[in-house]
Design a protein around this ligand. Sequence first.
Ligand SMILES: NC(=O)c1ccc[n+]([C@@H]2O[C@H](COP(=O)([O-])OP(=O)(O)OC[C@H]3O[C@@H](n4cnc5c(N)ncnc54)[C@H](O)[C@@H]3O)[C@@H](O)[C@H]2O)c1
Length: 263
Amino acid sequence: MSTLNTHVLRVGERLSGKVAVVTGAGQGIGATIAELFVDEGAQVACVDVQAENVHARASALPDGRAIGIAADVSDEEAVVQAIGQTVERFGGLDVIVNVAGIAGPQSKAGDTTVAAWDRTHEVNLRGTFLLVKHGLPHLVARRGCVVNIASALALVGWPDESAYGPSKAGVVQFTKSVALDYAPHIRSNCVCPGAVRTPMITAVLEEYEDPERALAEYGSIHPLTGRLAEPIEIARAALFLASDDASFITGAVLPVDGGFTAR
Ligand SMILES: NC(=O)c1ccc[n+]([C@@H]2O[C@H](COP(=O)([O-])OP(=O)(O)OC[C@H]3O[C@@H](n4cnc5c(N)ncnc54)[C@H](O)[C@@H]3O)[C@@H](O)[C@H]2O)c1
């Protein structure tokens, strides 16, 4: 049974002494989470398939607090090595944040190739599973936690998202499965962002005939703001779930979507 920590966490110390693996940390939401976690006292292993990006990001963080690891999260051997390298460097592991993901094809089921469906699931769902599977013994040893970045599109349907939506819905269910199977040893939660201003969404918008108009339309799906989220708004939710402030929270699915899925 977990004991209540009554200590009030101070800003700048909310992950003090913790070691985190953040995947997809080469750009976008993952890079922002890695930076925020370091600002809050964590040591962070930044993992990404884009080697140059992730090494540059990690080396821009304060000395010794972050390492960059080039790995494809869908490759089991690469994931085992990434976890091993993290533990060897920092002496353990407290938090896994699964951010690495791909948008997949913008297509209806009939037009989605089997290869595109498989790759979307390999990265978004299998990758999340592999990090958790191989990180678990370390998390259990230190009463750690998992934070998965799913999507608002895991919770509602959206046209032409026949592969991405299901892959992210799988992440939501996997989050709950881990929460139940590994309580009281670890916590497992997920964040479901609305549309966020990152290279991923820019690439999606560029597929539209009029990207400016598409940007305005994507912004308008969020009743609270009428704009896209900034990566830091997702990172703050991940920080909360990763910290001891969330000591009574597991199996939770937290929409950070400006009210999009409240409709
Ligand atoms: N941007 C959005 O609107 C939005 C909305 C909801 C959920 N999300 C989710 O948030 C996460 C981050 O998205 P983002 O917008 O920052 O995307 P992004 O494309 O800007 O960044 C994703 C990062 O993941 C890395 N990556 C991709 N495949 C990988 C693999 N096989 N192994 C390791 N790393 C890999 C990429 O190299 C990249 O650095 C994704 O899981 C995405 O599905 C994004």
